[in-house]
Design a protein around this ligand. Structure first.
Ligand code: PLP
Length: 453
């Protein structure tokens, strides 16, 4: 892109485009980065800089950039039938085939699918389906959802309310009524002197305490990410999820796994629920479902819940224009076919995942890194002022932001949540690209350490 071209786009962007999760006034002064092209694990910016995308776009481009098969699947479906809805006792072939495919892939009895346009819409759908599920069984008072502090379930009104992000609640008068939050199993930040296992158990028991405080007869569901992504890739201790399973069963509280990040191979198995032994009644998926090539979300619903909804529920007064969009579903089917045919999830589990884990954990040796954690293809580095203390920097977030910016200068895209550097590369990343990722991260850490000395 010529200098003039870039400047024109930046001016138009500043004048007309509000960016999500962005200080738009500051960005208007600085000028946006414009991505122009992608190939494999790399993207290119307006100046032709090649960047290793260790964040897979936004935890979603699991197959990497530039897969022609996905573009061809979209083009074929657009030419055949670009759109039809699933409202008026109708549907399309890719929609049906994708529902069946998801039922085949999903663990347990999650055999029914409701399509949405995104992860946020999937979680909005879950809120309505679950409250309806209890109401039609004559238990409308079973209404309250419990989520977690710093959980992320999207940006719609229900999604942001279910999530536990304080900054989001401050805008728009959230959360909506009937939503409560408990603390997360964030051992590094909050575990103190407890062993990770003991801490994980205690944080699970916080759910039981909350249910008892509210009255189990009033609690509809507990929603959580298998690994809490946006909060900083919080990988729960092994003691956490088995206890959560037990509590939800004991008190007849539906368990909802938000697998928008973890689904489709990210944790080394098809679903995070399999990695952690979670037994969800409903599951939200999006992102990796189409590898980010088109927007699509879905709610997977277990047989017993679907039987109530379909059997006693009457007309389902819920749906989106783009529920089951045929082009998005065709791309999702192709994306899942590639994952299966190329054995990408298995490769992550047996080969590139363990290799990435080895290289990532070695970054824990760096003086700035208090913990290097990873599960499958998702991880974090906690930057700290003094090892081995787990205390945070006083001005939380500054060093993480600095390290992210330096990494970018090194040609590497990482994300920072406060002072945790987050990793979520395309699942197709090769061993040599993992080497490059690790070397660039080490250099970024070195330069960050010097810059704050
Ligand atoms: N749930 C989780 C766990 C997420 O990480 C996200 C997005 O990052 C969402 C839901 C929301 O998905 P979307 O941005 O597609 O609405």
């Amino acid at each position: 892109m010529s200098h003039q071209h870039i400047e024109q786009l930046r001016r138009l962007d500043a004048d007309h485009h509000l960016h999500p999760f962005t200080d738009n006034a500051a960005l208007a002064k600085k000028g946006t980065r414009i991505l122009t092209r992608g190939e494999g694990v790399y993207v290119y910016d307006q100046d032709g800089h090649k960047l290793l995308d260790a964040f897979a776009g936004l935890w979603c481009v699991n197959l990497g950039y530039g897969r022609r098969e996905l573009a061809e699947a979209a083009s074929k479906q657009m030419n055949e039938l670009a759109y039809y809805n699933s409202f008026f006792q109708c549907t399309t072939e890719p929609t049906v085939r994708l529902a069946a495919k998801l039922a085949e892939l999903a663990p347990g009895a999650l055999n029914h699918v409701f399509f949405a346009g995104s992860g946020s819409e999937a979680n909005d759908t879950i809120l309505r389906l679950v409250r309806h599920y209890w109401a039609v069984q004559g238990r409308p008072e079973k209404f309250i959802f419990i989520g977690r502090q710093n959980g992320y379930h999207g940006s719609t009104v229900a999604g942001a309310s279910l999530g536990g992000m304080g900054a989001m609640h401050k805008q728009g008068g959230l959360p909506i009524p009937g939503i409560e939050h408990i603390a997360a199993p964030y051992w590094f930040g909050e575990g103190g002197e407890l062993s990770a296992e003991e801490f994980g158990r205690q944080r699970a028991l916080a759910l039981e305490a909350k249910i008892l405080e509210l009255g189990a007869e009033n609690v509809a569901a507990f929603i959580a990410e298998p690994i809490q992504g946006a909060a900083g890739v919080i990988i729960p201790p092994d003691s956490y999820w088995p206890e959560i399973n037990r509590i939800c069963k004991q008190y007849q509280v539906l368990l909802i796994a938000d697998e928008v990040i973890c689904g489709f191979g990210r944790t080394g198995q098809w679903f995070g629920s399999q990695t952690f032994g979670i037994e969800p009644d409903l599951m939200a998926v999006a992102k990796g479902l189409t590898s980010g090539y088109l927007p699509l979300g879905a709610v997977l619903i277990s047989d017993p819940v679907a039987e109530v909804l379909a059997g006693q529920g009457g007309e389902l007064a819920h749906g989106y224009t783009y529920s089951g969009h045929p082009v998005c579903c065709a791309v999702a089917l192709e994306s899942l076919r590639i994952l299966q045919d190329e054995r990408i999830v298995e490769r992550c589990a047996d080969d590139t995942g363990p290799y990435l884990a080895e290289r990532w954990r070695a970054l824990g040796e760096h003086p700035l890194v208090g913990e290097a954690r990873i599960c499958g293809m998702v991880g974090a580095l906690e930057l700290v002022p003094r090892k081995p203390s787990r205390a945070f920097f006083a001005d939380r977030g500054r060093v993480g932001g600095l390290c992210r910016d330096i990494a970018l200068e090194e040609g590497l895209i990482l994300r920072a949540t406060w002072d945790a550097m987050l990793l979520s590369p395309p699942l197709v990343i090769s061993r040599s690209e993992i080497d490059e990722l690790a070397e660039k991260t080490w250099r970024a850490l070195d330069r960050t350490e010097k810059a704050i000395a």
